[in-house]
Ligand binder design. Structure first.
Ligand code: SDX
Length: 375
C-alpha cells in the first residue's frame, strides 16, 4: 500500500486544467474566460455570460441576439413534466423539485433523440427551462395564475416574472441579472466538480446537471444563503448581533455566509452583492437587512478573522426582490447551470475518467468466519 498524504476534501488539489474560470483566492479576484467579474457585473448581462462560458468569447451583437431569442424559445416545460410538477407535494423542497424535474426532462427529451442535447443545445435548453420549472411549481402551490410565455423578457426578468407574476422594475431586473452573472461559474466548486465527475464517465449532460443540483443543495455549498436569512430573523436588530453571533461561535457553530475554501480575503461577489443590498434597501427605504449584515460582518471578522462569501448578501437581495427564501438556492442553480454545462462540455472535449484513490486504513488478511460460528 503506497503511503501518501490524504488531502481531506481535496483541499488545494489541482484536479484538471480548465479555461473557464480562475479564482485568485489571495487577491480576491474572480475571472471568467479572462474577464474580471467586477467588469462583467458592471457592464454585461447573464445572456452574454452564458455565451462567454459556452463559447469561450464574448458574443457579437448578432450572436447575442440569436442566443437571447433561442433561450426565449426554449423556456417551455413539456406537458408530461408539467403534469409531474402538478403531482409533487406542495411542501416539497424546491431543490428536490428542480433535481427531479431536470432528471425527468431527460426522460421526456432523451439526449439520444435530441441532436446536440449533449452539447450547447442541451446547455441552452436547461438554462432556459429552469426558471419556468421553478415558476410552475411555485405558482401551483401558491394558487398564482399559470405562467404565460413572455419572450420579450430577458432571462433575469423572466426568472423574476416566473416567481412573482408582477412586472420587475429596471432596477430589480438589473439586480437579478447581476446576481445571475455573479453565480454563473466558480471553477471546481463541489457541484461543478460533481458534474464533471459524472461527465467524465461519458454520462449525458442532463445526468451531470442532476448530480450538480443534488450537490448544490447542501448548506455548506448552495444552501447557505437561506440560512443567512434565518440568522437575521433570529438576531432581529443590529444591537443583538454581537450577542447572538458570539454565542454561536462559542458553540463552534458555523456562521453561514462566511469563510471559503479558496478565498482568503473577501469574496469579490460579496462586495458587489453588498452594494446591491444597500441600493435595493435605499430604494425601498428599508436598510434593515443591510445594517444587520454589516454588524454581523463586523463581529465575525473581529472574532474569527473570516470574510463574507457570495452567500452573505445574496439572500437579502433576493428577499428585497420578493423571492421566497426556499427559492434562493434554486436561483443559484438557475445561474450556475451555465457554468455546470460549460464544464461538462469542456470535460467532453478533453475527457479523462475522474477516479482518485483512497488511503485504505481498514484491516487486512482477515479470514471468513462461517455464519454459525459468529456471535
Ligand atoms: C459557496 O467552493 C465554492 O466555490 C463554493 C461557492 C461557489 O460559488 O460555488 O463559492 C459557493 O459554497 C460559498 C460557501 C457557502 N457556505 C457557507 O457560507 C457555509 C459556512 N462556511 C463554512 O462552512 C466554510 O467556510 C466553508 C465550507 C465554506 C469552507 O470551509 P473549509 O475551507 O473546509 O474551512 P474549514 O472548515 O477547514 O474551516 C477552517 C477554520 C475552522 O476553524 P477551526 O475549527 O480550525 O478553529 O475556519 C472556521 C472553522 O471552524 N470556519 C468557520 C466558518 N468557516 C470556517 N467558523 C465559523 N463560521 C464559518 N462560516
Amino acid at each position: 500500500m503506497v503511503e501518501s498524504a490524504v488531502q481531506r476534501g481535496l483541499e488545494d488539489v489541482v484536479a484538471l486544467e480548465s479555461r473557464i474560470c480562475f479564482i485568485d483566492g489571495k487577491g480576491g479576484r474572480l475571472i471568467y474566460e479572462g474577464y474580471d467579474i467586477r467588469e462583467l457585473a458592471a457592464r454585461s448581462t447573464f445572456e452574454e455570460i452564458a455565451y462567454l462560458l459556452w463559447y469561450g468569447r464574448l458574443p457579437s451583437a448578432r450572436q447575442l441576439e440569436e442566443l437571447t431569442t433561442r433561450l426565449a424559445t426554449l423556456r417551455e416545460v413539456p406537458a408530461p413534466l408539467r403534469r409531474l410538477l402538478e403531482q409533487v407535494p406542495e411542501s416539497s423542497s424546491p431543490m428536490d423539485v428542480l433535481r427531479t424535474a431536470v432528471s425527468a426532462l431527460a426522460v421526456y427529451e432523451p439526449s439520444e433523440s435530441q441532436p446536440g442535447a449533449n452539447s450547447i443545445g442541451g446547455a441552452q435548453r436547461l438554462t432556459a427551462v429552469i426558471p419556468t420549472i421553478l415558476g410552475e411549481f411555485h405558482r401551483r402551490r401558491k394558487g398564482m395564475p399559470a405562467i404565460r410565455a413572455r419572450p420579450e423578457l430577458s432571462h433575469a426578468a423572466w426568472l423574476l416574472y416566473a416567481l412573482r407574476d408582477k412586472e420587475a422594475s429596471e432596477l430589480e431586473s438589473r439586480a437579478m441579472d447581476v446576481a445571475l452573472i455573479l453565480h454563473a461559474d466558480h471553477e471546481l466548486n463541489a457541484s461543478t466538480f460533481a458534474a464533471r465527475v459524472t461527465a467524465s464517465t461519458l454520462s449525458d449532460l442532463y445526468s451531470s446537471v442532476t448530480s450538480a443540483i443534488g450537490t448544490l443543495k447542501g448548506p455548506l455549498h448552495g444552501g447557505a444563503n437561506e440560512r443567512v436569512m434565518e440568522l437575521l430573523e433570529e438576531i432581529g436588530t443590529p444591537e443583538k448581533a454581537e450577542e447572538v453571533v458570539k454565542a454561536k461561535l462559542a458553540r463552534h457553530e458555523r456562521i453561514m455566509g462566511f469563510g471559503h475554501r479558496v478565498y482568503k480575503v473577501e469574496d469579490p461577489r460579496a462586495t458587489i452583492l453588498r452594494d446591491w443590498s444597500r441600493r435595493l434597501g435605499e430604494t425601498r427605504g428599508d436598510l434593515r437587512y443591510y445594517h444587520l449584515l454589516r454588524e454581523v460582518e463586523r463581529v465575525v471578522h473581529r472574532e474569527k478573522g473570516l470574510y463574507p462569501n457570495v452567500d452573505l448578501y445574496s439572500g437579502s437581495v433576493y428577499s428585497m426582490l420578493g423571492i421566497p427564501k426556499e427559492f434562493f438556492t434554486p436561483i443559484f442553480a438557475a445561474s450556475r447551470v451555465a457554468g455546470w454545462t460549460a464544464h461538462v462540455l469542456e470535460e467532453y472535449q478533453d475527457l479523462r475518467l475522474i477516479r482518485p484513490t483512497a488511503q485504505y486504513v481498514g484491516p487486512v488478511d482477515l479470514h471468513y468466519t462461517p455464519l454459525e460460528l459468529r456471535e
